[in-house]
Ligand binder design. Sequence first.
Ligand SMILES: Cc1cc2nc3c(=O)[nH]c(=O)nc-3n(C[C@H](O)[C@H](O)[C@H](O)COP(=O)(O)OP(=O)(O)OC[C@H]3O[C@@H](n4cnc5c(N)ncnc54)[C@H](O)[C@@H]3O)c2cc1C
Length: 818
Amino acid sequence: MAEPAVPNSARIVVIGGGIIGCSVAYHLAHMGCTDVVLLERDRLTSGTTWHAAGLIVTFGSTSETSTEMRKYSRDLYARLEAETGQGTGFRPVGFIEAATDADRLEEYRRVSAFNRYCGIDVHEISAREVQDLFPLARTDDMLAGFYVKEDGRADPVDVTMALAKGARLKGAKIIEGVSVTDVLQSRGAVTGVRTSHGTIRCETVVNCAGMWARELGALSGVNIPLQAAEHYYLITGKLPGIDRAWPVLEDPGSYSYFREEGGGLMIGLFETICAPWKVDGVPKDFSFGEIEPDWDRMTPYLEKAMARVPASQAAGIKKFFCGPESFTPDLKPIVGEAPELANYFVAAGLNSIGILTGGGIGRMLAHWILTGAPDVDITGINIDRLHPYQSNPDYRRTRTVESLGMVYQCHYPTRSMMTARNAKRSPLHDRLVARGAYFKDVSGWEGADWYAPPGVEPRVERLSWGRQSWFAYWRAEHEACRNGVILMDMSFMSKFLVQGRDAGRVLNHLSANNVDGEPGRITYTQWLNEGGTIEADLTVTKHNDQHYMVVASDTAHRHVLARLRRHCADAHAFATDISAAYAQINIQGPRSRELLQTVTSADLSNEAFPFRCAKEIDLGLARVLCVRITYLGELGYELYVPTEQATHVYDQLVQAGDSVGLRHAGLKALASLRMEKGYRDYGHDIDNTDSVLEAGLGFAVDLKKPGGFIGRDAVLAKKSSGPLTRRLAQVLVLDPEPTMFHAEVVHRNGKPVGYVRAASYGFTLGGAVGLAMIEAGVPIDQAWLDAGKWEIDIAGRRYPARTSLKPMYDPEMKRIRQ
Ligand SMILES: Cc1cc2nc3c(=O)[nH]c(=O)nc-3n(C[C@H](O)[C@H](O)[C@H](O)COP(=O)(O)OP(=O)(O)OC[C@H]3O[C@@H](n4cnc5c(N)ncnc54)[C@H](O)[C@@H]3O)c2cc1C
C-alpha cells in the first residue's frame, strides 16, 4: 500500500475515523467548510465502531438535546444512502422498551410523555402486544412495553462509511493510516498537529479518538476523563421461527436487549457491576480488537437475560463477544471546546450510544465550530463540566464500575453516584457528619443533602419517584428557613478573585448587569454570548476598583474560569481560583440577623447593612466577608470564611444558634426554597440556548451602562422584535400529592406548550413547583397565562396547575429587604 500523503495545512483536522469523527467531518463539509482533513490511525471503524450492535432508539432520554440528537441521527441514517450511494443498513423494524416493575413503569411513563412532546411517536403497549411483536419473549411478568415503530437498527460500519463518503463528496479529505502524535499550540490556541507522516498546520482540531481520546488530550493538557470498559453481546445459533422483521426488544430488568442476527439472536448486556479495561492506557495498535470474555463474571447476567427469551437457551452459542467502549463519570458524552486550549474541540466518551447519537453529535459540533456557539443546550455534556482529578487512574477505575452499571438501572432523579466519593470535602465535613448529614456528590464535593434527626441513621431506605423516608426532615429544614433560621454549608461554590487595574472593565464587559458600581456591593448578573443567550449566571462582589470576587455554582466552575481568563488575557486583570480558600456558610431566614448580631460587633441593622451589602466583619476570632444576599428568598447572609477558620466560625454560629433554634439545612431544602422563589439555576432551568429576556432575567440587564457588554446588541434586537413568545414561567401543581423533577410536560387548554426544566417540592406553596419553558407561538404575558387552563402531565396523569411569570413566593421581595 502506498504511503499516505498528508497536506501541509488545513482549516480543521479531525482526529479519529470512527462514527464520531466521520460524522463531524461530514457535517463540517455539509455546512460549507471543505478544508477539512480527517486522520485515522488505522482504518475507518477500527476502534470501537466496527463491533457495535447498531441499536437505533429515540425513546428514553429526558434531555431535549439527547432526544433531538437521537431523532436527527435516525433520520440521517435513513436518508444517507440516497445521498451517497452507500447503504447504512438502517431498518426501521421498531423498538420496544420493556417495564417489568412499578418504578420502571413510572419512569417510562414520565419519559414517554416528554419524548412525545419532542416528537417521538412512542406508545405504551401491553405485555400481550409485546408478545405479538416479539413472540419468543416471555412476557408474563411484563407490566408494559414502550414501542417506537420508526426506530430499529443500523449497520455501524456502513453508517460510518456512508458518512465518510458523504464528507468526501463534499470535499473533505479522509486519510487512513496516519496517527496524530501531538497537537501543536501557541499562546493558548491550537496551531497544528504532528502526525506519523508530517506536520499539518491548522486552526482547529477535533479530538474524536474514542477510547484513546483521554491520552491524546493529556499530551496537550486537555482533561478528557473517559475510561474504556468491557462491553458484551452474545450471538446464538439459529432459532426456528425468528423473523428479521421483529423489533428490537430491550429489557433492562434482565440486563439485556435482543435482536435478530443471522437467523439467531443477538443478546446484548449491560451488567450492574462492570469491568474497566486498560486503566493504564489503551494499546496504540489495538485495531478491530476483541477482549477475552470473562465468563465467570458474566454468566449470572447471561442466565437472567436468556430467561427472558427461553428459546435462546437451547440455540447454542455462536459467539460471546467482548469489546471496549468508553464511559464517562456521569454517563454523558464529553463534547465541546477544551477550557485549557482554544480551538481544541472534543467529541468522545459516548457511553454506548455513539451510533444512535453519532449523527446528532457531529451536526451539533460542526455548527459549534463554524459559528462559535452551539445551537442546543450543551450544559450537561460540555467538556468543561469535568475536572482534572476525574482523570486519575483511581477515579476512573472506581467510577467506571458504576457508570456502565447505571445504564440499565431505574433512573431515580434523587440518586447520587456512590463510587469515587469523598474526593473533596468542605472544611466543615466532620461537623456536618456529626449533625446527621446525608451527603451527595456535588461536582466531586460531598454536599449535605438533608439531615437526619438525632438517633436516625442518615441513609436512603429505598429510592422511589414519590416521597422518601427523608421527606419529613426536608420539610422541617424548609420551614425552619421560612420561619426561623438555618445554616447551610455551600463551600463547594466556585469562587474567583479578579484583580488588577482593568478588572472592573473586564467584568463589566462580560456582565449584562452593571457590576462595577459602588464598592461593598454584590450584584447578580448573567454573562451572555454575542447571540444574547446565557453563558453563566453568577454574582460579582466589588470590594474596591481593583479587587472583585465572582461566585458561580459548582457545575459552572471551569466554564466561568476559562471565560474569565480568556477575557483577562489582554488586560491588566488576573483571575485566581479561590474556591478552596474560603468556606461558604449561609445563615438564612427571618431570624438570621438576630443570630449573626450575637457573634459580631458589626452593625447588621437594615440601615447599616442593607440588602446587597458586602463587608468584612469580625466573627469570634475570625474575619469573614459577610454578604447580605439570598438564594432562598429570605433575609439572609453568605459568609466567606478563610478555610483555616471555618470550623471556628461554624462553632461560634452553632453555639449562638441554640437560643434562636438554628437548624442545619441541606441541598434538598436549597432546591425547594429557591424554586418557590423562582430563582434560576444555570444548567438546570436555564441554559446556553435561552435569551436572557426569555429566561425572565431582563431585570438584571443594564442596557444603558457605559461601554455596553457582550450580547447587548442581541438583547436590544430581541427587545425590539416584539413581545416574547417563549418564556420561562413558574408552575405549581395544585394537588399536593405528586412529585415533579424534570421534563414533565405542561399543557394549556389541553395542548402541550412546554416542559418543566427543573422542579422541587414547595412546602410553603403546598405542592410540586418548577420552572417551565413555555413556547406558545403567541405573545406570553401574565394575562395570557391566567386565561388558560393549565395541567401538568406526571407519569401519564394530568394534574391541574397554576403558572406565573413572577415568583409565587414573596413577589414583592418584602421578606428579603426587611
Ligand atoms: C459491544 C458494543 C455494542 C455497542 N452497541 C451500540 C449500539 O447498539 N448503539 C450505539 O449507539 N452504540 C453502541 N455501542 C457504542 C458505539 O460503538 C460507540 O459509542 C462508538 O462506536 C464510538 O465511536 P467513536 O468514533 O467515538 O470511537 P471509535 O470508533 O473508537 O473511533 C475512534 C477512532 O480514532 C482513531 N484514533 C485513535 N487515536 C488516534 C490518533 N492518535 N490518530 C488518529 N486516529 C486515532 C482510532 O483508530 C479509532 O478508529 C456499542 C459498543 C460496544 C463495545
